[in-house]
Design a protein around this ligand. Structure first.
Ligand SMILES: Cc1ncc(C[n+]2csc(CCOP(=O)(O)OP(=O)(O)O)c2C)c(N)n1
Ligand SMILES: [Mg+2]
Length: 344
């Protein structure tokens, strides 16, 4: 029996929660498969960065979060926002540029935001959401709630100056933040060894006096355990934590990139470690999932995606006269709209 099945399910998660994680991971995979299909058919404009292979990281992390916690995300953020609670119906509508989308069709794939789920926003600027997160965490501290913010970013972002500013400020302010680096070993076509000097990321981060852990990003429950610790620490006033999840994107950087710089044997080896298949094997071995239930989940996910695509396709495009509406949002740090005079 393999190691993954020898150990039992986490004691602090119910069967429903475990099945929920599995379903979310399948929903993310299915969402991106269908988005790719419709993008290639010319129905979706812009760029599409898929996260196939990385699903365990956002799902493992967000399982440790509450709805009123926050996340920030990236250009490769479909998985992050679906894991936090986004509805694929409004996600597809956003990708299709329709008024019913999360950002009324003006954000697109790289800029999904939904304040009601604590999704403060994704950004196409590499590392752009990293320095934003300490600001959100500072607002939590000033408001005196026990919320936390999870900040998702890629390995490429760790080479940017904003990353170091964010670590420094978070440690200085002792704010409730969980930095989650999805290290998929590539920044565009650049392998990790060519963008990062030879030093463990967790060691680098620990010099900011931030507890850092490196986990298997192809293991949803390993990510969950690390996130649980970090979230509990942050809620109890213990300040920031850092998780490096070693993962892989199965496809190229964006839809259209064949990823020729990724050696075929490397791709094959990571595909064999697919986190969705792993969690499925674990759940079956623990008696949490039968073959029939598995097939039912697949059918439910397909039906949900089918309905979501039909909803998006039949939704209206924004009229040209609305081009500048909702482009700038003016709130103070408590989320109250600023009045006219203060809006700058
Ligand atoms: C500041 C900035 N520099 C460069 C780019 C172009 N660019 C887009 S994605 C990317 C690679 C990002 O790598 P990583 O942070 O590891 O995220 P991944 O794409 O692997 O998810 C680059 C260089 C950008 N969008 N923003
Ligand atoms: Mg990367």
């Amino acid at each position: 029996m393999s190691d993954e099945i020898k150990e039992g399910p986490p004691e602090d998660l119910t069967r429903e929660q475990l099945l929920g994680m599995y379903r979310r991971m399948r929903l993310i995979r299915g969402f991106e498969n269908r988005a790719k299909e419709h993008f290639e058919a010319g129905e979706i404009a812009g760029f599409l960065h898929l996260s196939q292979g990385q699903e365990a990281v956002p799902v493992g992390t967000c399982t440790a979060l509450r709805q009123d916690d926050y996340i920030t995300s990236t250009h490769r953020g479909h998985g992050d926002v679906i894991a936090k609670g986004c509805d694929v119906k409004y996600m597809f509508a956003e990708l299709y540029g329709r008024t019913t989308g999360y950002c009324k069709g003006k954000g697109g794939s790289m800029h999904i935001a939904d304040f009601s789920q604590g999704i403060i926003g994704a950004t196409g600027i590499v590392g752009g959401s990293v320095p934003t997160a300490p600001g959100i965490a500072l607002s939590i501290k000033m408001r005196g709630t026990d919320q936390v913010v999870a900040c998702f970013f890629g390995d490429g972002a760790t080479a940017g100056g904003g990353f170091h500013e964010a670590l420094n400020l978070s440690s200085l302010w002792q704010v409730p933040i969980i930095f989650v680096c999805q290290n998929n070993l590539y920044a565009l076509s650049h392998p990790w060894e060519k963008t990062a000097y030879k030093c463990e990321l967790s060691y680098r981060v620990s010099t900011y006096n931030i507890p850092a852990e490196c986990v298997d990003g192809m293991d949803a429950l390993a990510v969950y355990r690390a996130a649980r610790k970090a979230v509990d620490r942050a809620r109890a006033g213990g300040g920031p934590s850092f998780i490096e999840a070693k993962t892989y994107r199965f496809l190229g950087h964006y839809v259209g990139d064949p990823g020729l710089y990724m050696p075929p044997e490397e791709r094959e080896a990571w595909r064999k470690r697919d986190a969705i298949l792993k969690l499925g094997r674990q759940l079956r071995a623990w008696g949490c999932l039968t073959e029939e239930e598995d097939a039912q989940i697949a059918a439910d996910v397909d039906a949900e995606l089918e309905g979501a695509i039909a909803f998006a396709q039949s939704s209206p495009l924004p009229p040209p006269e609305d081009a500048l509406t909702d482009v700038y949002v003016h709130f103070d740090y408590l989320g109250n709209p600023l009045d006219e005079g203060e809006q700058r």
